[in-house]
Design a protein. Structure first.
Length: 594
């Protein structure tokens, strides 16, 4: 093996001397391709498979799950390694998602989102390291601010004061940030997002507090003065509350109105329902202590009346004391051998036997006690609803099932009809030239039932002051009736016009048929008369020939010319009889020519 390696350079030189220039070029190209391929392979294998979102391992599973869910919402490709690091595809994606997570407060407190400072050299001084730290923080903070979609540009200025020996002399870290929002951005009006931007800046710089941070836009408006925005937030909450109330009113109105319209066969009789919800939009925080009786026996669901047994309290323990005393009372008189200084009243009571009795009972009772803390943004005060139900209008028809039209002749008749049937004249439509209609009002029972339906639909509570008003009065329908009657009258007029037209056409057709029948009958009779005349003439000619033959006139014969002449003469006579005017015109023409 060693000898082969020693001989390998000599063999290569020998082959290289034998090769042609083309072969040498091919060999050099193959060597270069192999070298390039190996370099690319080493580069790809040595490149990292992704960029960690945070360099710190997130141990809290809930926090890690919230972060991964937010990454899924942004359609970001990521993977979680076995050690807990979250890996994304590139650095740009990591910076963008890091800003979003910090803005929304999803980054755990133990994770430092900005720890990518410039690397230091062994020759750097403390001053150089501080400058690099400040530059790195400024650059990294600007990148993260620009990673927010609504921000077009940002200017960051950080100030790190010199460290003092005493903390009381130490000046705080300050920062000023000016951001330029993109056109049509709503971020300046959204307090939550501005608060997230402030938190991003505060967590990026160690020692920076909200009091020492100035955040403004390119117009000079301070964005992190949240205390002055309290009134604006209150007005926004009122606007949002009014919008919610309007949506609730519309949903409630739609649901109850649809139910009423189904019960009254459409939207013609119940056209609208007014629902008003009153709420207290002020924020209320209150503490309550509620004492309730102790329930010994629960309510029996099978019984309609109240079967619960309640007691005001339950005795846990009790103590009863009785004391009885009989004898003389204690009368202090001072030291022994000395006359006492007692008042005469006490002296008179000396050696008086007395009796005293003391009785006492101490009980330790327990009651139901509930401590309740309520934070309430909106308080429902009352709900009111009102609706009108139209009665039923009946169009009176005659025996031919046609509407009755009021005119001067039948007005008094239908007035008497209303009086006989005890129908108020206000409920009768007796307008001349219009249909006769009768109004049937809604009964009080139906109004009460509808009131119950509406009360159930709006969750009516009497103690809350809710109110439901259902009325019934006629809805003006003059325009609807006018359109209906105009259509009816146009239809009747069209029907009469069609009938008259059909009658006229029928008369014309009958007259034409009769005329044609008479004309044909006259032509038939004329033809029969002419045929009879020709028959008679022919019979006379035959009779003449026959008589001549009998008389022996053998020479009386007709030549061919005479027969033609006779036929022409007969045809001319027949034409003159059939068309005398044409023959007269022909004779007149002949005379004019001569």
């Amino acid at each position: 093996m060693i000898e082969w390696l020693k001989q390998l350079p000599a063999k290569i030189k020998e082959l290289w001397a034998k090769w042609k220039p083309v072969q040498k070029g091919i060999f050099i190209g193959i060597v270069l391709l192999v070298v390039v391929a190996l370099a690319l392979m080493f580069r790809v294998n040595s490149a990292p498979a992704g960029v960690p979102l945070f360099t710190t391992v997130i141990r809290d599973e809930d926090a890690r799950e919230n972060i991964t869910m937010r990454l899924d919402q942004e359609n970001v490709d990521f993977r979680v390694r076995e050690d807990g690091l979250i890996i994304v595809n590139d650095k740009k994606t990591a910076e963008k998602m890091k800003s979003i997570l910090i803005t929304e407060g999803l980054v755990p407190k133990e994770v430092d989102a900005f720890n990518l400072f410039d690397k230091s050299s062994w020759s750097d001084t403390d001053f150089d390291r501080n400058i690099k730290l400040q530059r790195s923080l400024t650059k990294q903070l600007k990148q993260h601010i620009l990673a927010i979609d609504d921000i077009a540009n940002a200017t960051v200025d950080l100030t790190f004061p010199k460290k003092e020996l005493f903390s009381t002399d130490q000046k705080p870290v300050t920062a000023s940030v000016i951001v330029t929002f993109k056109p049509n951005s709503t971020m300046p009006e959204e307090r939550k997002r501005l608060k997230g931007l402030q938190d991003l800046i505060l967590r990026s710089v160690v020692g920076l507090t909200a009091e020492n941070l100035t955040l403004s836009d390119n117009f000079g408006n301070i964005l992190n003065d949240f205390e002055s925005l309290a009134e604006s937030d209150r007005l926004d909450n009122i606007r949002k509350g009014n919008k919610i109330i309007s949506e609730e009113e519309e949903a409630l109105r739609k649901r109850v109105l649809e139910s009423l319209q189904k019960n009254f066969n459409g939207a013609d009789r119940v056209r609208d329902l007014v629902v008003k919800i009153e709420k207290d939009l002020n924020f209320v925080s209150k503490d309550q202590t509620i004492y309730t009786p102790v329930i010994i026996t629960e309510q029996d669901p099978d019984k309609p009346y109240d079967t619960t047994e309640k007691r005001e309290s339950i005795t846990l323990s009790s103590q009863e004391i009785k004391k009885t005393w009989t004898g003389t009372g204690y009368n202090p008189e001072g030291p022994a051998g000395v006359e006492g200084q007692n008042p005469p009243v006490y002296s008179d009571m000396s050696n008086v036997i007395g009796k005293s009795t003391e009785e006492g009972i101490t009980k330790n009772n327990v009651v139901n006690k509930e401590e309740r803390h309520t934070d309430q943004n909106y308080e429902l005060k009352r709900i009111s609803a009102s609706a009108n139900i139209d009665g039923r209008w009946e169009t009176i028809i005659d025996k031919n099932r046609k509407p009755i039209v009021i005119n001067d002749q039948n007005l008094s008749e239908w007035q008497s009809y209303c009086q006989q049937n005890e129908i108020p004249l206000d409920n009768c439509r007796l307008s001349i030239g219009h249909f006769f209609r009768v109004y049937h009002p809604v009964s009080q029972k139906v109004i009460d039932d509808v009131t119950k339906i509406v009360q159930s639909g709006i969750n009516y509570q009497k103690k809350r002051g809710d109110s439901v008003s259902i009325t019934s009065f006629p809805i003006p329908r003059d325009k609807e009736w006018e359109i209906e009657e105009d259509a009816y009258f146009r239809k009747e007029e069209t029907r009469r016009t069609v009938l008259f037209s059909l009658a006229g056409i029928t008369v014309i057709l009958l007259a034409f048929i009769i005329f044609r029948f008479i004309s044909r009958e006259l032509d038939r009779r004329r033809r029969l008369r002419e045929e009879e005349i020709l028959r008679r003439q022919q019979a006379e000619r035959e009779k003449a020939l026959w008589d001549a033959k009998q008389d022996g006139l053998q020479d009386v014969t007709m030549s061919v010319e005479e027969r033609k002449r006779a036929e022409l003469q007969e045809n001319a006579i027949a034409m003159a009889k059939e068309h005398p005017e044409d023959v007269a015109m022909l004779i007149r023409t002949w005379l004019l020519e001569e």
